[in-house]
Design a protein around this ligand. Structure first.
Ligand code: PEP
Length: 257
């Protein structure tokens, strides 16, 4: 467990334009001065809207701010007649390291199927990006098929054809816990994250399972982050709402086990 550097990832969703993004990142960096992310014991990543990426990249680079940059989605295609889409090649050129794929909001509002997610995962890896593969069940699905079946099935499809040495991150985000304030218990998160690690082991091998970070996401706050981080198979958090509040996100990054 210790070998996996914890990852605290802030998914801004459709919030903060490029000017607000600059102010936010500067304030967050200032608030975190001398915090442990500066010594590399926790990795921090921010996921702004596409239109902010260039501006945030320039700021991180100029001020030597040690946050990783990520996008919230990527096209399954490299280039061409796909109006409105953004290629992984373009994201890689902007020094984006991560890309969120299969967030429940994209599955829900943009009809992204497991197969679409799988093709985007392959596109991300092809362009040198690390996919943050999101899986998770609705409340009805949990009641119908139990806590792990839906997430396990989604991840199995997403990892189809992925190489054993690929760099990936997996995020367990129960749909009923996203933006609802109805947080999963640490035990519930651990149960599914452990099952997802078994999928990684079965599909990509034991080395990949030991190396890959599995995150929990869904109403993570400074008040509950430590309880998740104490679980052996939870390697970090994907944070939505609380990642937009400087003091709150900084407090999450500074969690003490
Ligand atoms: C998310 O959308 O990835 C998320 C976890 O949102 P929130 O933290 O607001 O529940």
């Amino acid at each position: 467990h210790r070998r996996r550097t914890p990852l605290i990832a802030g998914n801004w969703k459709m919030n903060l334009d490029h000017l607000q993004a600059v102010a936010f990142v500067q304030k967050l960096h200032w608030t975190l001065k001398d915090a442990k992310h500066e010594d590399g014991s926790v990795e921090v990543a921010v996921f702004p809207p596409f239109t902010d990426l260039r501006t945030v990249q320039t700021l991180l680079d100029a001020d030597k701010i040690p946050f990783a940059l990520g996008a919230q989605d990527v096209s399954a295609h490299d280039s061409g007649a796909y109006t409105g889409e953004v290629s992984g090649a373009f994201l890689a050129k902007l020094d984006a390291r991560y890309v969120i794929i299969g967030h429940s909001e994209r599955r829900q509002y943009h009809a992204e199927t497991d197969e679409v997610v799988a093709s985007k995962v392959k596109a991300a890896i092809k362009h040198g990006l690390v996919p943050v593969i999101c899986v998770g069940e609705t409340l009805e699905q949990r009641e119908e098929s139990g806590p792990t079946a839906v997430s396990v099935g989604q991840l199995e499809v997403a990892l189809e054809g992925v190489a054993a040495d690929a760099d990936i991150v997996v995020a367990y985000e129960p749909v009923w816990a996203i933006g609802t304030g109805q947080v999963a218990s640490p035990e519930q998160a651990q149960e599914v994250c452990a099952a997802l690690r078994e999928v990684i082991a079965a599909k990509l091998g034991a080395d990949a399972a030991a190396r890959t970070r599995v995150l929990y996401g869904g109403s993570v706050k400074s008040a509950n982050i430590a309880s998740f981080m104490r679980e052996p198979d939870v390697d970090g958090a994907l944070v939505g709402g609380a990642s937009l509040v400087v003091d709150e996100f900084a407090a999450i990054i500074r969690y003490q086990k």
